[in-house]
Design a protein around this ligand. Sequence first.
Ligand SMILES: Nc1ncnc2c1ncn2[C@@H]1O[C@H](COP(=O)(O)OP(=O)(O)O)[C@@H](O)[C@H]1O
Ligand SMILES: [Mg+2]
Length: 248
Amino acid sequence: MPVPKLRIENLSKNKIVIEGKRRRKIPVIRDLSLEIKSGEFVIILGPSGAGKSTLLRLINRLEEPGSGSIYLDGTNIKELCTDRVRRRIGLVFQVPVILTASVREELSLPLKLHNLKVESDNHPEELLRMVSLDTGLADRDPTQFSLGQKQRLALARSLALKPEVLLLDEPTSALDPASSLAIENLVLKLNRRTGLTILFVTHNVEQAKRLGKDCAIIIDGGIIETGKPEEIFERTTNRAILDYLGRS
Ligand SMILES: Nc1ncnc2c1ncn2[C@@H]1O[C@H](COP(=O)(O)OP(=O)(O)O)[C@@H](O)[C@H]1O
Ligand SMILES: [Mg+2]
């Protein structure tokens, strides 16, 4: 058996909520385990507040778990420096964040931050091609782009470091339907063509069905079912999942 690209083992994370003068600990991720093979495209599907973003933040080491472990190619990510983890695991947020006023600069920024050189497969024009943006946009000001174009650029920027895993946190939920479809097709193609391992987080059951890949259903901080949404809906007796999948 090959070592999985990502292995999440009994992960738990509490958050502190302040209610008046009282501080209360609430479990956000509860004993969550999941394995993702190299080259897989997995959808993390669950309602708002289920812990999806927290899970991605833990995988990217933007947060540390209370207990449990995450392994990348069999190595506990705690043993790697955070810089290295973030170089190997890219993260794209729900709302595109653009940091500079030049596409070229935006796309070389990650390389500068990590002290890396531009190579033939991650120069700005190549990255634009990878996200189906016109290479003529390289010298434009991205703050003037549409949201859909900004999100493609954010995706291209995350590819500059040639990550092994890409975490997408509801990457289309701020976009119009046409831009959303375009991003869906883009990331499917990226996975197919380059073998990049992708975790696509969504709360949208219709989107999960459209993507047509295996889902891990997360509710209340735990993964309770995996498989295609239609198959899960057929076999599960879990009330929370039936309600959730039936709502679409
Ligand atoms: N910084 C925080 N402090 C306290 N509670 C938080 C914090 N971030 C998230 N939460 C809570 O953790 C739960 C999971 O949040 P999140 O991971 O953002 O869920 P999702 O991305 O699935 O909507 C929610 O109940 C949310 O209110
Ligand atoms: Mg979220």
